[in-house]
Unconditional design. Structure first.
Length: 77
């Protein structure tokens, strides 16, 4: 990402719903400046596509969807 973002710094967050509760994980943990901007992308995956990940839900049909929000926060250092 350093090549893509050039002179910018960033924070990367992941959000999802598990058992009715919104969960989150910070993948790149940096503190944004007050002039930071954010962009989100929603990704829809079926349970079968998550089989080899920590997000796979055993006992749930493979066709059941799971939605993730990937949030990128960018600023100049």
């Amino acid at each position: 990402m350093g090549v893509v973002l050039g002179d910018y710094d960033y924070r990367l967050e992941l959000y999802w719903v598990e058992s009715g509760t919104v969960k989150s994980a910070v993948l790149v943990d940096r503190t944004p400046s007050p002039n930071a901007v954010a962009a989100s992308r929603y990704i829809l995956l079926n349970n079968s596509e998550l089989r080899d990940s920590v997000f796979y839900r055993s006992g749930v049909e493979d066709w059941r969807p799971m939605i993730f929000e990937v949030r990128l926060i960018v600023w100049r250092p």
